[in-house]
Structure formats: C-alpha cells, structure tokens
Design a protein around this ligand. Structure first.
Ligand SMILES: NC(=O)c1ccc[n+]([C@@H]2O[C@H](COP(=O)([O-])OP(=O)(O)OC[C@H]3O[C@@H](n4cnc5c(N)ncnc54)[C@H](O)[C@@H]3O)[C@@H](O)[C@H]2O)c1
Length: 360
C-alpha cells in the first residue's frame, strides 16, 4: 500500500477542470520528488447521481476512513439537481462522517495587485479562520410544517454543544501557539443569541485563560465584518461557528482576489497516539456552473488547497513552494482573467506545474 492514498472527487461544474490541475501537480511531485502518493479517483457527483441514483455509498465512506490519508474535492452543485441531494450526502457524509470539526480557511492576499482595499497592501491581509464544521445551523435539524400553505413554518435549529464549541476553540489556540501567533479572535452574536452564543463566549474565555501568552479577543460577527474590511491586519487567527465562518471567509476571499484564490482544509486534529483521520481538502469556491467547461476557472485555489493537503501529509515545504509559485504567477500575469491574467485554467495550471517541477 502507498504511503499516502488520496481519494479524489472532482465533482460538478468547474470541479473537474480545477481538480485536473491538482492531480497533475500531485503526479508531477510524485514523479519528480519520489513521494509515495496514490490517487484514487471516485466517480461521484451530479452525473453519477443522475445516472444511477448513487450519492455517497457506505463502502466508499468506509474505505476512505480506513484506507485513505486525504480526500481532494473540487466542488459539488449542479442546476440539474435542484435539491442538491448528492452534494449534501457527499460533503456532509465526509465532514460529519469523519467528524472533521475544523474547517481551516487561510485568508491570505498573495500580491498587492489583488488587494481591493484602499491604502492596504497584500501583507495587511494574512489570517486564518477556524470555522466550526459539524454543528451550528448546518447540522440539518429542523423541519417544515404546513408546507405550501399560508401558515407554513420552516425551522433550522442552531446546534451548539459544549464539546463541539470547546474543541474548535482549542484547535484555534493550539494553531496559534504552534505558529507563533499572538492573538485569537472569536466572533459570535452573543448579544442577540443569548443561549447558544453565551456558550461560545464563556468557553472562549475559559479556554483562552489556558493560553496566557495569546491575547483572546471577542467580537460580534457584524463588527468583525466591518473591521476585516477596515483593517484586516489586526487579525491573525479567528474562530467562529459554522454559518458565520462560511460567510466571513467569502468576505475574506474578496480580499484575496476572489473565490478562485481561497483554499480550505476540513480536518480533525488528533492527539499523539490517536488514529489519524483523513482530512478533506477543497477550494472554498463552489461549482460555478456558468464557468464550467470554458477553461476560464481559476485553478489557484485548488493549487493552494493541494499545498495544505501536502503539508498535512508531512510535506510543509511543498505548501510553501506552491504558495510562492502562485505568488509568482500572479506577479507575472500568468493567471486567469478573474485575477487579471489572460490564461485559461489549463495554461495557468501548467505554469504552476512547470515552476514546481523546475525546483530542486
Ligand atoms: N463546497 C462546495 O462544494 C460548494 C461551496 C459553495 C457552493 N457550492 C455550490 O456551487 C454552486 C454554485 O454556487 P455559487 O454560484 O453560489 O458559488 P460559486 O463559488 O460557485 O461562485 C461564486 C462566484 O465566484 C466565481 N468563482 C467561483 N470559483 C471560481 C474560480 N475558480 N475561478 C473564477 N471565478 C470563480 C463564480 O463565477 C461566481 O461569480 C451551487 O450549487 C452551490 O450550492 C458548493
């Protein structure tokens, strides 16, 4: 068995185009650097669902859990599947099934040219968001009553457990400690959501007290959105719930050059001695159906995501190299139109693959 087995779900829309860049990169690194990587492509997504009704088979979930080290996913979402059943089954099957409770989303602007804020530079935007990934309002608890009538009621419950809140907050502090960061912000709405978010605030203060060398700062999420736009340089590590993390990282993507530049990892940090759980690595963007099949999607979010995956597999230097290659590509204009270049998905990807391959 290979040292690192990676399940690959290209998915829908632009997913297959950007993931092709990611797998070419991985194959190139395997061949050039001798890394023992095995790719396991999975035929899952809207096409498969529409063909035979399959979304996320139990045996695939088991094999990923037992025999894989990571999952690389493009994006899921197809206008032909109005209720997004396949997307929910696959994404939530992985995130909830593997209990990947940290969605780690770096908000890093790689070049001044991509910084949209007046009088700010790329170096002003460099923080990471820890988004709770298994609870909150996305847990799927709720229901509809008297659907389709004037008396209709629709409820989604916001689930917050002590265990769930504490572990993601602790993960954010541990990350800060391990990476020399001086400050962790927690964003909630405890002024309005006095039950669920009082728990967040209380646990944040308790856990923060265990890290006396790290400043623990609380913000309401609406204020945080304001400050991210006014001065992102004050943020180093941010921890927040599932919904707010989803939204604030799209805001963050706006400071990075757009969704085509935003990478993410869904992980379950384990203590030493515990069995490692495969992480799920995916660009933040969705399947962007209007761009699909046109060779225009920006593959750099996937390149940076592959970097995060390689780092988690024990090759942190590859993440640094890939990030540098993307920075150079942006500087040289070797990129897609969304970030000011003239290249298509394939050529922008090929630029990175060649650059990385040329590094010894
Ligand atoms: N994790 C996921 O798989 C995921 C995440 C978000 C959305 N979705 C799904 O994707 C579908 C489309 O959703 P949406 O339009 O709200 O979000 P989206 O991320 O697909 O697109 C939002 C905007 O960003 C642009 N964009 C996204 N990725 C880009 C890239 N790589 N290069 C250049 N531009 C890019 C799009 O053109 C669009 O203008 C929906 O079905 C949604 O449910 C899936």
């Amino acid at each position: 068995m290979s040292k690192h087995r990676i399940a690959v779900i290209a998915g829908d829309g632009i997913g297959p185009e950007v993931i092709r860049v990611g797998t070419t990169l991985l194959e190139t690194l395997r061949d050039k650097r001798g890394y023992d990587l095995e790719l396991w492509p999975l035929d899952l997504g809207a096409d498969r669902y529409l063909r035979d009704g399959t979304t996320f088979p139990r045996e695939v979930a088991d094999e990923i859990r037992d025999r894989c080290d990571a999952v690389l996913l493009g994006a899921l979402g197809d206008p032909r599947v109005a209720d997004l059943k396949h997307a929910r089954d696959i994404l939530f099957g992985l995130r909830f099934g593997l209990d990947l409770y940290c969605n780690v989303r770096p908000v890093v602007c790689l070049h001044d040219r991509l910084m949209p804020l007046k009088n700010k530079r790329a170096s002003d935007c460099n923080f990471v968001v820890f988004r709770e990934n298994t609870e909150g309002i996305y847990a799927g608890m709720g229901g509809q009553f008297k659907r389709g009538t004037p008396d209709e009621v629709a409820i989604n419950e916001d689930i917050n457990t002590r265990k769930g809140v504490e572990r993601v907050i602790r993960a954010a502090f541990e990350y800060a400690k391990a990476n020399g960061k001086k400050r962790v912000h927690m964003a909630d709405k405890s002024n309005a959501m006095q039950h669920a978010h009082e728990l967040w605030l209380r646990v944040f203060r308790e856990v923060g007290a265990e890290y006396p060398n790290i400043e623990a700062k609380h913000l309401y999420i609406d204020a945080m959105c304001l400050f991210v736009v006014q001065d992102p340089s004050q943020f180093e590590v941010v921890v927040t719930n599932n919904l707010f993390g989803d939204i604030v990282t799209d805001l963050g993507a706006g400071l990075q050059g757009g969704l085509g530049m935003a990478a993410s990892a869904n992980v379950r940090p384990v203590k030493s001695g515990e069995k490692r759980v495969p992480g799920l690595f995916e660009p933040v963007h969705g399947s962007a159906p209007p761009l699909a099949g046109k060779d225009v999607a920006n593959p750099f979010a996937t390149v940076l995501t592959v970097g995060m995956m390689l780092s988690s597999l024990g090759y942190p230097e590859e993440e640094r190299r890939l990030t540098e290659c993307v920075r150079e590509a942006i500087a040289e204009g070797a990129c897609t139109a969304d970030v000011g270049g003239k290249l298509g998905t394939r050529d922008a990807g090929a630029f990175i693959v060649e650059r990385v391959a040329s590094l010894s």
